[in-house]
Design a protein around this ligand. Structure first.
Ligand code: ATR
Length: 289
């Protein structure tokens, strides 16, 4: 590692806990490959200290920040400006600092879309989506899809009221393009039959419950693109079943990588070395297995 000086631009990840984060090695590799005098490091901070720590950082040579669980909503109170998509989502995961002024963005949905567009070689505009989940991740993904011109978004969630409330928000605040799917099985089958892309944005299938499926696999037709935001395991049961049916699949690690790529571009205006970043992340995940 090169020597750090007072000129080194600092990039900081705020969250708690941060023990397993892969963001520092991913971003530091990009800075190194581009010979940029920058350094990315994680800071664990409690909700109580968030404001004090953020104010302190804004007095330092900080170029940008990432914010993760549990501070994506709380950090908004301390920002000078918020991008309209992040404001609508109601959560910030990336902050740009310029002349001591902060602006918040949300690259989670953008990261998902870029990963999907790259890996499935499609454009989300004009496509019909079936999204499972109505939590924070589903919110960022479905709202960004609505902003980016998805034709229709079906939302299906175990707790139906949460799906309905997210649908109302999308239709009122962005565009009238979302619809909740009822819990009866024939509603799911019918809605999914009219879609191009299925997205699991719940934690179903995540380690250790790796055999769990978020939907009846008999509904998967081979024309469907199937994406999962779960990246541990790297290939979930849903993706395995979908592959067996002949579907094109998109794994969750891509979203993790591209939300970082989108943040890097916002901070620096430079396209980072995605191939090397991806290799690094895959290598780190393998070491964890
Ligand atoms: P995140 O921020 O990662 O999206 P979250 O906000 O806690 O996390 O949301 C988790 C999502 O996974 C929710 O849609 C949740 O469904 P409920 O709203 O009904 O709780 C969904 N989820 C998690 N475990 C689930 C399970 N075993 N079966 C069905 N849905 C599940």
């Amino acid at each position: 590692m090169r020597d750090l000086t007072t000129k080194t631009k600092l990039y900081v990840l705020l969250g708690n806990p941060l023990g397993h984060t892969i963001s520092p090695p991913m971003h530091n590799l990009a800075f190194e490959k581009l010979s940029m005098d920058c350094c990315y490091f994680p800071v664990e901070v409690s909700a109580e200290d968030l404001g004090t720590v953020f104010k302190g950082l804004s007095k330092m040579n900080v170029g940008g920040l990432n914010v993760t669980i549990p501070h994506k909503i709380g950090i908004m109170d301390f920002l000078d400006a918020i991008d309209p998509i992040a404001a609508t989502i109601g959560a910030v995961n990336t902050i740009c600092m310029e002349n001591g002024k902060s602006k918040g963005f949300n690259t989670d949905g953008e990261g998902f879309i870029q990963s999907l567009e790259e890996e499935a070689n499609i454009s989300v505009a004009g496509k019909r989506f079936f999204i499972i989940g109505a939590g924070g991740a589903a919110r960022a993904i479905s709202m960004t899809l609505a902003f980016k011109g998805a034709e229709h978004i079906f939302l299906y969630n175990r707790t139906q009221e949460k799906a309905q409330s997210l649908v109302s928000e999308i239709n009122e605040k962005i565009r009238h393009c979302a619809e909740a799917v009822g819990s009866e099985i024939h509603f799911q089958k019918e809605a999914l039959g009219s879609c191009h892309i299925l997205v699991n944005s719940t934690s179903i299938g995540m380690h250790p419950d790796i055999d769990a499926l978020p939907i009846d696999p008999s509904f998967l037709q081979k024309e469907l693109i199937v994406a999962d935001i779960v990246y541990n395991p790297r290939e979930t049961k849903l993706l395995q079943v979908a592959k067996e049916k002949g579907c094109l699949t998109v794994a969750g690690l891509g979203m993790l990588i591209y939300q970082g790529v989108a943040a890097f571009k916002l901070w620096t205006g430079i396209e980072p070395p995605v191939v090397e970043m991806r290799e690094k992340v895959y290598q780190l995940m393998k070491e964890k297995d």
